[in-house]
Design a protein around this ligand. Structure first.
Ligand SMILES: Cc1cc2nc3c(=O)[nH]c(=O)nc-3n(C[C@H](O)[C@H](O)[C@H](O)COP(=O)(O)O)c2cc1C
Length: 199
């Protein structure tokens, strides 16, 4: 039985940052074991403390645990490529984002940005707890909106899977080859001092 690689072995930041940040990655190998209610609430607690415009906390999380009757509705939204590995997840989550300000119903231009912050908080917490947290865009957004009865003032932001780390050798061959922490472009290629200039 193999184990998932440790990202700290292959990821070398160019500038010293908190190790939790580069230890977070998106594995696909999971055991299928459940997570406890306390673990579940701890993950969402981490999301709760994310910053947001006017403290709007635009995020809402719809979730399904694998051993429950909610699971098929969530699992069925995923593209086949994601179903292949998500069948061994403990929980699937759909992130909803409140599109308008609670106080006046006006459009909120940063609602998705704030949901992204909440997801990253949760992903970092999951990493600290030794869990897999893997974001997904590969699912049917329209069906999610309709079938999960999401009101019109909420957008579907993304989905993610949570589970216990599993044996990468049990993944289908194509996915097994991809099961390694990725790198990043140099920070200098992401920043510009002053107005935009083409690289
Ligand atoms: C919003 C979002 C959508 C993603 N969609 C998918 C997906 O549908 N399927 C998948 O296997 N990985 C998906 N990923 C994982 C990314 O491919 C991964 O985060 C990226 O390659 C960086 O690797 P790392 O998370 O391991 O650092 C998604 C990640 C995010 C944040």
């Amino acid at each position: 039985m193999s184990q998932l690689p440790d990202p700290a072995q292959s990821r070398q930041p160019d500038h010293a940052i908190e190790p939790l940040i580069y230890r977070r990655w998106s594995p696909r190998a999971m055991t299928g074991e459940p997570i406890s209610q306390e673990e579940l609430l701890t993950l969402f607690e981490a999301a709760r403390w994310a910053p947001s415009t006017y403290n709007e906390q635009e995020w809402r999380f719809l979730y399904a645990r694998r051993e429950t009757s909610q699971w098929p509705a969530f699992f069925g939204l995923l593209m086949e490529a994601n179903q292949l590995w998500c069948q061994h997840a403990a929980m699937l989550v759909v992130i909803l984002s409140h599109k308008v300000f609670a106080k006046n119903g006006q459009p909120n231009p940063v609602h998705l940005f704030d949901c992204g912050s909440a997801f990253e908080n949760l992903a970092l917490q999951g990493t600290a707890m030794g869990l897999v947290v893997h974001g997904m865009a590969g699912f049917d957004f329209e069906r999610a909106q309709r079938e999960l009865k999401v009101p019109e003032d909420y957008a579907i932001a993304a989905m993610f899977a949570v589970g216990r780390p599993g044996d990468p050798d049990k993944l289908p061959e194509k996915l097994r080859q991809m099961e390694a922490p990725s790198g990043r472009r140099p920070v200098k290629e992401s920043i510009i001092e002053g107005p935009y200039v083409s690289p």
